[in-house]
Write a protein of this length. Structure first.
Length: 166
């Protein structure tokens, strides 16, 4: 469950009322509401998106490709965006320049995708690690752990300061 999906009881777009958020976060309604409003004001929430079952779409394989690029050029990102199987791109502080996540139907398809990515002007070389399984899903547990930590921090702040934060 994503924190931005919590709406007040009267909202027709509710996925869960605030009372469920209170129970999950071990806090009261006003604390949850104030903290979520504060986080939303800071731009902490990204737009809601559905998580796709890639296997249902025919993509049996997930791989992470490390890319070494010869130059920093926006055309490299445009070239990666042109490959529809590229689902995530991150710049890194490691010796690799870019880390990409790709999906493929099988090993042959992954080989074709690797060729498409290597053909992007500026990509010097690549290395691929095939994911065997998603051991700890990144969704939805991480946002809830962060919300609990933030609420715990709010409780340790004196009341007059906590009111200024919301």
């Amino acid at each position: 469950m994503h924190p931005t999906r919590f709406r007040s009881h009267g909202s027709s777009r509710s996925s869960r009322p605030f009372t469920d958020a209170e129970r999950l976060a071990l806090a009261g309604f006003l604390a949850v509401h104030a903290r979520l409003r504060h986080l939303a004001g800071d731009g902490a929430f990204k737009p809601f998106s559905q998580r796709l079952d890639l296997r249902a779409l025919g993509y049996e394989l997930v791989a992470f490709m490390s890319l070494w690029v010869s130059q920093t050029d926006p055309a490299i990102l445009a070239g990666l965006l042109a490959v529809p199987e590229v689902v995530a791109v991150r710049s890194t502080t490691l010796d690799v320049s870019i880390l990409t996540q790709v999906v493929a139907k099988n090993i042959r398809d992954r080989h074709r995708i690797t060729g498409s990515i290597r053909a992007v002007d500026g990509v010097a070389r690549s290395s691929t690690a095939i994911s065997l399984d998603e051991v700890i899903p990144s969704w939805p547990h991480a946002p809830l752990r962060v919300a609990r930590r933030l609420l715990a921090q709010t409780r340790t702040i004196p009341a007059r300061t906590a009111g200024a934060l919301s």
